[in-house]
Design a protein around this ligand. Structure first.
Ligand code: IMP
Length: 186
């Protein structure tokens, strides 16, 4: 894959602008703050794609909260297809037993990664566990998982930006866009 020096040139369509994302994150933060009022939250985010979303969302939640980070890699898949086989590269750094956990995800595609993570985290006896995903691609779902907070439902296209990568590039774009086919194929 060869990306352009100006990453914007590889983007065929802007799906979600910086403003749309900002407004949605504020809205999600308000809903979460209201739903968990009087409680303390633990936000668990999954590196690396959820990093910008986590950083923005946590600052829109008006509650005492802790954060923790996991890193997983799915293996056996291709650059754009996940396989469902998940390896934990970085585990939680603190126990979550009896904590209200909100798993913060960038995108739910097949749902296989999330399905694995929820089972894994349930094994650590949290008081509750819910999911907040910025993007949802329901057309590609292979396992049914309830997503408690969704930013945007998007069509079945491979997207980049605002944390999401193709070949580790494009994460720093401030919007979410669809790559031009040339950026995949070359
Ligand atoms: P799932 O297990 O198929 O739901 O895939 C989840 C992970 O695959 C996400 O956390 C992303 O890292 C990656 N992923 C899925 N769809 C996209 C996409 O359109 N662009 C970039 N990464 C994606």
């Amino acid at each position: 894959m060869k990306h352009s020096q100006d990453l914007n040139e590889d983007v065929g369509e802007i799906l979600l602008s910086e403003d749309q994302i900002r407004i949605k994150v504020v809205e999600l933060g308000k809903r979460i703050s209201a739903d968990y009022a009087g409680r303390e939250l633990t936000l668990v985010s999954v590196l690396k794609g959820s990093l910008p979303f986590m950083a923005d969302l946590m600052r829109q939640i008006d509650l005492p909260l802790r954060i923790d980070l996991m890193e997983v890699s799915s293996y056996g898949g291709t650059a754009t297809e996940s396989s469902g086989l998940v390896r934990i590269l970085k585990d939680l750094s603190a126990p979550i037993d009896d904590r209200d956990v909100l798993l913060v995800e960038d995108i739910i595609d097949t749902g296989l990664t999330l399905n694995y993570l929820i089972r894994y985290l349930r094994g650590k006896n949290p008081r509750s566990i819910k999911v907040c995903a910025l993007l949802d691609k329901p057309a590609r779902r292979l396992v049914e998982i309830p997503i408690d907070y969704v930013g945007f439902e998007i069509p079945d296209a491979f997207v980049v930006g605002y944390g999401l990568d193709f070949g580790e590039v494009y994460r720093n774009l401030r919007f979410v866009g669809v790559l031009r086919p040339e950026a995949y194929e070359s």
